[in-house]
Structure formats: C-alpha cells, structure tokens
Design a binder for this molecule. Structure first.
Ligand code: CTP
Ligand code: CA
Length: 224
C-alpha cells in the first residue's frame, strides 16, 4: 500500500491547469491569437494525472489530444471565457498551474458583420484583458498557485516581480532567448523561482520532462 501511495503522490488532489492561446474576436470571421501550441500545459496535465491527480484542464484552441481519464478538458476561446471557467473551479482545487498564453489585449468592440476593406488603413482599439493569474493570487487561501513568465530581457528580475505582484507560490521562467525553447517547440528551458526566491535552473529538455520536474518541485514544496 505504501508503494502505491508513493507512486501516486497526487491521489485525492485536484489540479487546475490553463493551457494554449486565447482567441480574441475582431469580427465574425477574424481573431487576434498567438503561436502557443498548448503542449506545455497538456504535458503538465498528463504528468499530474499520472501522479494520481484529478485534473481540470482549461484550454484555448489547440490541436493537442487528451488521453487520460483523470483529465477533464474544458475548451474555451477567449481570455474572458478562460477567466470565467477558471473562477468556477478555483475554490475546489489544491493546485493551480496557469500556463496559458492569455491575450493581454482584446478588441474593445467586436464588429457584428465582417469588416470590409473599404479604407487604406484600419485602426483597431484594444482594451486590456483581466489578469487571470493575478485575480487568483488575490483570492487564494490554501491553493498552491503556479504561474509562468515569458521574458526576453531582464528575465530573472521580471519573473521575480510577477511572483510577488501576483502572490504566487512558484513561477516558471521561460526564456525566449534560448533556442529550442518556447511556443512551437517540443523542448523547453526553464528556471523555477519559489516564494522565498530560490532559483533553480534546468537544462533544455522535452516538455514532458519539464512537466515532471515542475510536479516534483511542487510536491517538494507542498510536502515541506
Ligand atoms: N496570465 C493570465 N491572464 C492574463 C495574462 C497572463 O493568467 N490576462 C498569466 C499567464 O498564464 C502566465 C502569467 O500570467 O502564467 C504571466 O504571463 P506573462 O505574459 O509572462 O506576463 P504578464 O503578466 O501578462 O505581463 P507582460 O506580458 O506584460 O510581461
Ligand atoms: Ca502577457
């Protein structure tokens, strides 16, 4: 029995994960999106389920497939949809890992008809989306809250800033400067920074291995 418990250290725990991009509608046929593949978030979901967790995976549009009966995939489209869905579940989870590449801005108005190319230029007014991660940091009680930071400069400093500002237990710094890391890649190079600002840097690895490293780090922290 001890063996089983050791192999399923997340049994009985609920993990909420966000993944993928969000699509922000411009008109009925167009949107603003980004190149997130969703791979990192889906790998974290799989690794969590493999450790026995019940997973709620809230994802923007991706081509990823779910292949584990402990993963409940909730597809969403926009940043606002993702915000609402995350808040429906947050109070009931033990761990929340927000890896989605959420749009920071969304069109102020969605045109009800397809926009015609009548003028030489088109100005779109964008407004900021709600920061899902920060909103969870503001209300969290016992949940272990993990964020990601995508940085191209001043990486450590910016990531530490986000950790503090958003009231996180752990932040995963993703550097876009590293070749082989990032959005479309199967590999990733990450640095973890925990609440007391301990920095752990990892080599370039497959996203599946990064997911395992992340869950080990979380387990080490919640069991400390
Ligand atoms: N995030 C979120 N909701 C948003 C924007 C970001 O939940 N509207 C989350 C991401 O999922 C990620 C973290 O916040 O876990 C950091 O995202 P990032 O884009 O690196 O930072 P921002 O806070 O959006 O700041 P900026 O893009 O200006 O660096
Ligand atoms: Ca952002």
């Amino acid at each position: 029995e001890n063996d089983i418990l050791e192999k399923l250290p997340l049994k009985g725990k609920k993990v909420l994960i966000t993944a993928g991009p969000t699509y922000e509608a411009i008109d009925p046929v167009r949107f603003i999106g980004n190149h997130s593949s969703g791979k990192m978030g889906f790998e974290i979901a799989k690794a969590s389920a493999n450790l026995g967790a019940e997973v709620i995976l809230i994802s923007g549009p991706t081509h990823q497939k779910v292949s584990h009966n402990l993963i409940n995939l909730i597809p969403v489209v926009s940043a606002n949809d993702m915000y609402n869905e995350v808040h429906k579940h947050f109070q009931n989870v033990d761990i929340a890992i927000l890896s989605a590449a959420v749009a920071d801005f969304t069109p102020k108005e969605v045109a009800s008809q397809k926009i015609k190319k009548k003028e030489a230029t088109l100005l779109l007014e964008l407004v900021k989306t709600k920061d899902i991660l920060a909103s969870l940091g503001a209300i969290k009680t016992n949940q272990f809250l993990v964020g990601f930071a995508l940085e191209t400069d001043n990486e450590l400093e910016n990531a530490k800033g986000k950790l503090k500002k958003k009231n996180l237990n752990l932040i995963v710094l993703n550097s876009l400067n590293d070749t082989g890391a990032g959005f479309k890649s199967d590999t990733n190079k990450v640095t973890f920074i925990d609440a007391d600002e301990t920095v752990t840097e990892y080599q370039l690895k497959s996203k599946a291995e990064v997911a395992t490293d992340l869950l080990n780090k979380i387990l080490e922290q919640i069991n400390a």
